[in-house]
Structures are given as structure tokens and as C-alpha cells.
Design a protein around this ligand. Sequence first.
Ligand SMILES: [Zn+2]
Length: 242
Amino acid sequence: MQGSKELRDKLADACRLLYMEGLMDHGGLIGARIPETGNLLLIPREMRGTPGRHPGLMEGDDFVVVDPQGKRVEGSNNPPSETPIFTGVFKARPDVMAVFHLHLAYATLFSTVGKPLMAIGVTGAPFGATVPVDPDPTLIQRPEQGEALARTLAQNQAMILRGHGAVIVGASIEQAFCASVMLEDNALRLFRASQIGTPQALEGAELAEARSQIWHPKVIAKMWTFYNMKGAQLGVIKGDKA
Ligand SMILES: [Zn+2]
């Protein structure tokens, strides 16, 4: 079976923790590149003979393996219909090892009214001054759509699919997870700030400094540890990893 047990278990834990945090439900997709083969390990379209899936119940064996063009090469479940998100981004970004596509409520909200998703605090800093938005509001089911959104993403940590969701990338599953939490946190803060006044965005040197402070391996390790401990405490994941 392609993909190490460690990689598969970590991807399954990410599903469970994203579910715990309300960032994934029947929708939302995550995947990782398999270093040994270059193929992609993706959350399946359906699991265990049902017509759906549950991220909070995901196990390492449930994932499906596709080649870089999105064709299934392993696993009994089907790849997700939005597989072109993964093939497009993984092809365009050799540095990326994990891609998450989440229907984040607040991060997506700003794109529905044409307002920029600005960095207003440290949790927004990894994404630059504003998060790029791809204008295509439909599901990403054709290869050319995946290539287009990868161009919009460019070298950024995340991008928004207008009115649909976010695409978040990382050099590891831990990075993609922490970026997902931070992206939605900054968006929620921006939304709330907009209710009481004019949000003050981080700019220039302060934005760069905040990014170097927060987008740091120690912060990512600390966050990943916290969410794993929380997951173990709540019985969302097995308790031997925290
Ligand atoms: Zn979607």
C-alpha cells in the first residue's frame, strides 16, 4: 500500500481534528503527496460502502491513491470529484506536501461581497496583506480549473475560491493544518472587527515581522501538539500521539 502508516495516520488525524474544530463536515477535502512515489493520498469521495464519508471517523486505510493526473491507482474508494484542486496545486508547487480544501465559513465570506480578506493580526500574517481570490465560483472538477486556481495561489499559503471555500497548502500536514486554523481565525476576527469599526490591517515591515514570528516551526509544533492533546482529551483521536 502506497503512503507510509505514519503519513496515512497523520492525514487521518488531521481530518479528525479539522472536524473537531468545525472546519470540515460532509464537505472539505485534504490530501498529501506521497514522497516515495510522487502520487497523491486523498480523502475518498465515499467510505466503507456508504455514499458519503465522515472526517471525524477517518482511518489511514480509507484514503485513495491517485497519480499526478488524478487517476486512481490504489484503494477501493473513489477519488473526490474536486480532485483537480490537488492535481493542479501539487503539479504547480513542488514545495507543497499537503493541500487542504475547506469550506471555511468566514474566510470565504469576504469573497461573496468582493471585500479583501486582509491580515488584521498575527494569525493573518502567513497569508500576506490579502488572500488571493479565484473568480470561478463553481466546483473544481476539470483539470483546467485546477491549473487556473494554482496560478491564483501562486507562491501563497492559501487562496479563496469565490463563494465556495479555501485552498490551503503546507510543506507538511502540520503546516497545512495550522494555516487552516489561522486563516479562519483571522477571517473571524476581521468579520467581528468590521461590526464595530474600521479594521486596521497589518502592513509592510510589521506584517513581515509578524509573519516571521507566527509562521515558525516552534509555533506550528505547539499548535499541532495542542490540537492533538485536545483531540485525545475529547476522544476524537487515539491518545498516544500528544
Ligand atoms: Zn469544495
